[in-house]
Design a protein around this ligand. Sequence first.
Ligand SMILES: Nc1ncnc2c1ncn2[C@@H]1O[C@H](COP(=O)(O)OP(=O)(O)OP(=O)(O)O)[C@@H](O)[C@H]1O
Ligand SMILES: [Mg+2]
Length: 263
Amino acid sequence: MTADLIDMNNITVYRGGEKVLDRFSLKLPRTRSVAILGPNGAGKSTLLKVLMRELYPVRTPGSWVKIMGSKTWNVWELRRNLGFISQDLHNRYFGYVSGLSIVLSGFHASVGIYDHQQFDDGAVELARHIMGDLRIDHLADKPYSRMSTGEQRRFLLARALVNEPTTLILDEPTSGLDINATFHYLRSIRKLIAEGKQLVLVTHHIHEIPPEVDFVVLLKNGEVVATGEKGTLFSDWQLSELYDAPIKVLSANGYFQVIPNDE
Ligand SMILES: Nc1ncnc2c1ncn2[C@@H]1O[C@H](COP(=O)(O)OP(=O)(O)OP(=O)(O)O)[C@@H](O)[C@H]1O
Ligand SMILES: [Mg+2]
């Protein structure tokens, strides 16, 4: 049996003196893609940072974080196993880095590439192959600062893919992308799911949850409100409760969308 992707039990996490997760527990299997939703400040990014070992819970009796079955990870090894994209990562890249360097930096889970890091022909070939798949190979030499947001995001996706991770952790991957770029990104992600990759997706854009992702976690105020099937949890009532707003849910072709429920 494969160990769970996440097994968090009773964890407490502080950020800037504020308790963000308070005796928080969540298990997510490795076999199922999941979308995590919740209002601003709910703790979604905090949860992913705990998973990526960017934040650690305080030690309390009976609390643990197991990732893929292990409580102890070499962070670099962990980050190579999980392809991660977030706004923080997006902001950490500097303007002069070329597209190819961004993708290559994924091999070391580092932000830039450094003189001591070696990349053999195979690594460069794989990076170019992934860029080709994502249709950004023509931008290999372009500096990051001169790319559009959508192009930058595709490079971060390519960076996340070089280690051939089984799981992709995406925190609002399409923020700032236009509709065409978003749909292109979505197609790339659906292809990866079809190839067998697991997706953990945090998003505010309900219509960007691929039809294949039918398991959802609803978070609010640092607590899990509900976990379950998308078809059940995406109800007018449940999402209105989650966001404290009158919401009407629509669906078509396996996608969902929300509009204000002003009647
Ligand atoms: N660097 C920080 N220092 C202090 N507090 C922080 C920091 N980052 C986040 N917080 C606080 O932690 C709580 C959870 O933040 P988190 O970023 O996990 O929310 P989120 O669900 O990802 O929200 P969003 O939808 O806005 O991205 C919020 O109350 C936030 O103010
Ligand atoms: Mg966030």
